[in-house]
Design a protein around this ligand. Structure first.
Ligand code: FAD
Length: 345
């Protein structure tokens, strides 16, 4: 076993100085760029600037060259666009093979992938194939400039700890990053860059999984990620009826209703409303937390909100530590007052 381990370890040894550049996997579905890819271009741009290196977007697909120009305008210096009918829809084999070939040939220092369903499938497959590490589901990225190391932070131990992970001896340093946590790159109409089109030699028989059909997910009624105002409810509401009051306030403010996991688990509201580590990550202009204690797993999904208002009857509730405005009181006294106040505006 020792000899096998040693051989495996040797396989993984690389001259890290040969590796240069930051790559972002530009995920597209049916010709639409995923928001997380635009967020990663914003983050990748910052990292590339700090490391004084190039930012490259890796785009795979068929007949989606028009997206390459948008990737440049969102901050990429270069786009490598791999075009093939076999890449029209995502398959693990096809995408893994093309990206691994590119990595082996061009040796990027860092590779960032959105932690979408596709990214969570693709990232580990690539990292295993090229013998490097992968930090999954990061919520923050930074660089240690002296050692050119990516500092990859993610929740660990059920979200009770934020762990910062490094990949000291292997390259590229790979992360999947949670959608919604990074700010989107700004679109700059005047930006220019290089688009390189490659046509990978992929045959139908190279792809073992055949996609027969796509069944579209039933759209959730709420679009929490895009809402600028969220009125969120927790166990402190006491019963599902409490959400009616929240909806009334949300409607008055032009916002939507969010929820803590405790209320979703209790069956008071649909999971599509859940905010937090295992729910949606949101960054609205205004987040009103009603009867929510402020567990770390809830904060993970909303602490980037611009203004946080917390209503809780316990003055020591952890939510008050991150709230911009705190109201100590019973939601059933405060909320009707707020709604009444808005009627008079
Ligand atoms: P509680 O913690 O019970 O808080 C209720 C609060 O309401 C208390 O602070 C109380 O003082 C206050 N209150 C009571 N009555 C009133 C009243 N009448 N008026 C005003 N205030 C009142 N949680 C999430 O939210 N999202 C997640 O995505 C998530 N993911 C998780 C993932 C893992 C792996 C784990 C282990 C946990 C996760 N959790 C998540 C659960 C999380 O740890 C908490 O249990 C949950 O957030 C608590 O919900 P809550 O604040 O509604 O309830």
């Amino acid at each position: 076993v020792g000899a096998i381990e040693k051989e495996e370890e040797n396989k993984r040894k690389v001259n890290i100085e040969e590796y240069e550049g930051v790559w972002v996997f530009a995920e597209q579905r049916e010709g639409n760029l995923m928001n997380v890819s635009i967020e990663l271009l914003g983050e990748g741009r910052k990292i590339a600037d700090k490391l004084n290196t190039e930012l490259t977007a890796i785009l795979l697909g068929n007949n989606v060259k028009n997206l390459a120009d948008r990737l440049i305008k969102y901050g990429a210096d270069k786009v490598i666009y791999a075009e093939s009918p076999q890449l029209d829809v995502y398959t693990t084999d096809g995408y893994t093979r093309v990206i691994c070939d590119l990595i082996n040939e061009r040796k990027p220092e860092i590779m960032l992938i959105g932690a979408t369903n596709i990214g969570r499938d693709l990232g580990p497959r690539i990292s295993a194939r090229i013998h490097t590490g992968l930090t999954a589901d990061c919520t923050r990225l930074d660089v240690d400039l002296e050692n050119r190391r990516l500092m990859q932070t993610r929740p660990a131990f059920g979200g009770n700890l934020m762990a910062t992970i490094i990949c000291p001896n292997h390259r590229p340093q790979m992360s999947t990053v949670r959608p919604g946590v990074m700010e989107k790159a700004k679109y700059n109409e005047t930006r220019e860059g290089v688009v390189e089109v490659i046509n990978p030699d992929l045959k139908e028989e190279d792809i073992t999984a055949k996609v027969i059909d796509y069944v579209k997910e039933k759209r959730s009624q709420v679009k929490l990620e895009d809402a600028s105002i969220i009125v969120s409810g927790g166990r402190g509401l006491g019963n599902p009826e409490g959400f009616k009051l929240l909806k009334e306030l949300a409607d008055k403010l032009g916002g939507v209703v969010g929820a803590s996991r405790a209320t979703v688990d209790a069956g008071w509201i649909d999971q599509s409303h859940q905010v937090g580590q295992t729910g949606k990550t949101v960054r609205p202009n205004l987040y009103i937390a009603c009867g929510i204690s402020g567990a770390i797993q809830h904060l993970a999904g909303m602490q980037e909100s611009k203004c946080i208002v917390a209503i809780n009857k316990d003055k020591d509730a952890p939510i008050f530590k991150i709230a911009d405005y705190g109201i100590v009181g019973d939601v059933y006294e405060i909320l009707p007052e707020l709604i009444k106040g808005l009627e008079n505006i």
